[in-house]
Every structure is written in C-alpha cells, then in structure tokens.
Design a protein around this ligand. Sequence first.
Ligand code: ZN
Length: 449
Amino acid sequence: MKNLSNSDYKKIHQNIETIQDEMFNLISELYPICRSITGDGVRQSLDIIKKHIDIEKKEVPSGTQVFDWCVPKEWNIFDAYIIDPNGEKIIDFKKSNLHVVNYSIPIKKKIKLEELKKHIHTIPTQPNIIPYITSYYNEDWGFCMSHNQLNKLLPGEYEICIDSSLKNGSLTYGEYLIKGEIDDEFLLSCYICHPSLCNDNLSGVALLTYLAKYLKNLKTKFSYRFLFIPETIGAITWLSINENKINKIKAGLVATCVGDSGNSTYKKTRIGNSKIDKIVSHVLKYSNTNHSIVDFYPYGSDERQFCSPGFNLPIGSLMRTPYRKFLEYHNSGDDLKFIKKESLGDTFKKYLECLFIFDKDEKFLNTNPKCEPQLGKRGIYRNIGIVRSDMNTDEIEQRELAVFWILNLSDGENSLLEISEKSGISFEIITEASLKLYENNLLKHIDSI
Ligand code: ZN
C-alpha cells in the first residue's frame, strides 16, 4: 500500500470525469428506493454501497434509550394508493414514494373527499411539485401530491390504502473505518434516511462512498471513519453508543447537499477556529471558485448533534447551496436533473484536498536555526529536486521562496498549513519543498527531537 501523496492527488484530478460519472450512477441506482429513518430501504441502500466499500451494517433495537431519545419502531412500506370516485388510481406509491407521508401508519378504507383533504399535503406556491413530508414521532398518515392535482379532485368517495407496518424492529446504520498509522481520526458523516431525493442527500452518500473507495487503497497517517446514518436519531444513537471513543475525533465533515450547481458553502464548527475550519477555508481560497463561509448555527444537519455543547466536536459541513436555501429542497424537484455531475466532481476534489491537508499537515523544526543555512553550498534549489527544468518561472520562484518560508517558520510553532497561509504559497508546494528539506536533514520531525 502506498502513501497518500501529491501525485495521487493529481491523478484524481485527471480521472475526475470518470469519478463524477460513477457517483452520479450510484445516485441513480439509490434514487428509486423508499428510505426512512428505519426499515428495509436503509438496508437495501447499504447493500448497494457495500458493492463499493465493505461497510459494516449495524442494528440498534427499537426502544433503546439514546440520551433523551428512544430508538423508534421500525417502519416499512409495501404499497399505497388513492382510487377516485371514477375508479381511477390517481396516486400510486410505486410511481413516486414521495406520495406517502414518510412513517405513515397503515390504513385502508373508503373516505369522503372533505376528510381525505385533511391528510393531503401540497405546496401551493409550487403547484406542480410533490412535497416530502415526514411524521416520525407522531403516529399519523397522509398523502402528498401536486397542488394542481389537489385542485382537480372530484367530490365523492375515495378508496385509500397505505400498506405499511410500524413494529418493534431496529434502526439500521452503516459504518466504515479506514485504519491509519494512528487511532486519531477524521469523521465523515452523511444521512441515508431520505426517500427519492438527490441533492439532499444521496449526493452526500455517493460522495462518502467514493471518498472511502479511493482512500482505502492508500496508506494514511490518520484513521478515517465514514458514517451512513439516519439523520438526527442516527447521529444521536451513534454518539450514545460510541461516547467513549469520541475523544479520538480530531476533525470531521458532514456531507449534505453537495451536488447542486450552486457555489460551495462551508458551515464552520461550533468552535469556529479548529483545524478543519482552517483547512476548509484554505482549500476554498485556493479553489478559484466562488464560495461562502458561514459561522455555525444550531439547526441544519447532524452537526447539530456532533456540535452540541456536551460534545462540541470539531466538525463542520462543506456543502453547496445549503438546505432550505434552494426551491427544490424537500420536494420532487430535487431529482436526478437537479444535481450536476460537474458539481459532484468539484465537491469530491475539495473534500479530498481537505483530507489530504489534514493527513499531511505537521510541524517541523529547522535543524540549523542560527542564521540561514548556506543553501548555495548544498546546491539547494537545483540539486535536491525542489525545482525542475520543466517548471515555468513563476513556479520556480514559488518553490525557491517556499524554502525560505519553511526554514524560517519551522520553529516548532507553525505547521505546514500555517506556513502556506502566511506565505501565500500553496500547501502542495510547501509540502513538496518540506519533504526535500527533510531528506537533506535541514528539517526534523518535532516528535523525533
Ligand atoms: Zn432533508
């Protein structure tokens, strides 16, 4: 197994079109499945992910107490429909699983239109769109349809059926760990509880699957843990079961809404200036793409649990257009056409770069700190491979300047990322130059002193 290196990173850039196509194909395969916070839809989805990475499927029984919450009964659905007074099937779960309120209890009866309307959800401002509605903790039932369809419903008696079950069972989640040289870890989390919705959040599922698939073949310093959990209750459950391990988490990202064509948005950790905050800011700054960075706020996705005051983990969220900020959020507009392969690819590159910096960043000590070492004597530029003849003048200058920055700032206080930030020279150039200086005994690892 080989080390994660700059050249691997470049190879990824060259293959990004294939990777983004494959991510899109995985989303297309997962899209038709009706998922929820529990049930066979989650298991089926994890089985598909298992074709790519050897994910561990975990089951937590209904009724398990997890902090202030309780793992709910397991919900499964087999069919649902509405037949109108003319005998026509006007709603069919098999055509879109969004037609049924997620976690609806079973029901089969004849019902008058006035009564049925109390259980129908629409979005009047987007009359062609079917909303996504859930009722996890309130035993109820309902249907979702376009507002236009609601307006066309005939008076009379309707036959309705929701063939579902809500019984003691379990909550299912997936976990995958890539063990590095050390146990300290980076946590990557996404949720697998939404039915046919793409950006929120099959995009996150595909992103983490492909990051794991790529990273598992490389030797890394840190360990990387990937979670595929139902949102909120899954994060609470995982934290409750793993409370004794969380001190190993040194950084993390929640992957949600990573496939739309909007700009990247980074939501900082609750801490606000942790290592991952610095890394993501750096990656976005050097990405040459428009982006925004926002402070932590206590609503959104699973960062709400990871960053609750009792944990306060250094976990942020790198997304594109945030949840609730796009019209297609939680409705049938969030389909395969809404996500873009190029956006998935761009997000993949940014995440990988964050992981690369996290794994490679370290502090060195200059072995010759009293005045500058005499570089000419060592033929430092040309002979040790910091600069090469195929580089342009700018690149050569950056690499030469990198040497001065690294030697001066390697006093045990500044990490390579901090040197990159202070010098304005890319992390990639700084790491390459530091490696050459280390090989020439001009730098020492801090822990080897
Ligand atoms: Zn959502």
